[in-house]
Design a protein around this ligand. Structure first.
Ligand code: DU
Ligand code: SF4
Length: 226
């Protein structure tokens, strides 16, 4: 289908020189503990249900996480936190992820990153964010007909999402509604939810706890009728 075509096209994108260099350098150098594994080392398309009721929008793939496994939010600490929670609330079929062939599936949900290539220090530049925005917007357009709730993990993904929603004609209020943990904004038939990003910066410090993450995901599930 159209999602598959989009996936094939994005998998060879080289529009951001700095990110292309980094994603490939990391894939060749590898991390010692993953030395025996292949690295994807390319842009990461969205994955999960092609007709999702819930969309989960993150920042960008992790160098040794998504950039290795080819699936965003798997194979790194943030992903471990997120999938443990998705499993607890019934949106994933297993609580952990090891590698691309581990059978992990999302139920009624799809994940997508605001920027599709792993950036150094997990920090894309504003120019890289804007260069990747058309890929995000196109995938959003394809899944919007079934989507009822969108969970944004962190302000970066939230800002990209609101831009993309406005670009595809959704009635995004002006001024833009603010990002925060557990905020909910109704936009047409959709509810956009904010959630602190499950990065170690937030989980180690207790800024984001397991119950806080579970509550937002469970709320998205209830809102979307799952
Ligand atoms: O055979 P398949 O490509 O793994 O997908 C079968 C079916 O399940 C299709 O409607 C996509 C959906 N799905 C899903 O709900 N969650 C996933 O993580 C992967 C596929
Ligand atoms: Fe292409 Fe996006 Fe990767 Fe830039 S970040 S190279 S636009 S896929």
């Amino acid at each position: 289908g159209e999602l598959g075509e989009l996936e094939a096209r994005v998998s060879v994108c080289r529009a951001c020189p700095r990110l292309v260099e980094w994603r490939e350098e990391v894939a060749v150098g590898k991390r010692k503990s993953f030395a025996d594994q292949p690295y994807w080392g390319r842009p990461i398309p969205g994955w999960g249900d092609p007709e999702p009721r819930i969309l989960i929008a993150g920042l960008a793939p992790a160098a040794h996480g998504g950039n290795r496994t080819g699936r965003v939010f798997t194979g790194d600490r943030s992903g471990d936190w997120l999938f443990a929670s998705l499993y607890r609330v019934g949106l994933a079929n297993q609580p952990t992820s090891e590698h691309a062939g581990d059978g992990l599936r999302l139920t009624g949900a799809r994940m997508i990153a605001a920027v599709r290539c792993a950036p150094p220090a997990n920090a894309p530049t504003p120019a890289e964010r804007d260069t990747c925005a058309p890929w995000f917007r196109r995938e959003l357009e394809l899944v919007l007909p079934t989507t009822r709730a969108i969970v944004c993990l962190g302000k970066f993904g939230y800002d990209v999402l609101l831009n993309a929603l406005a670009a595809v004609g959704a009635a995004v209020p002006k001024p833009r509604p603010k990002f925060g943990h557990a905020v909910e904004h109704r936009i047409g038939d959709l509810t956009v939810l904010g959630c602190f990003h499950p990065s170690q910066q937030n989980t180690f410090t207790g800024r984001l706890t397991e119950p806080m993450l579970d509550a937002v995901l469970a709320r998205a599930k209830a809102l979307s009728g799952l």
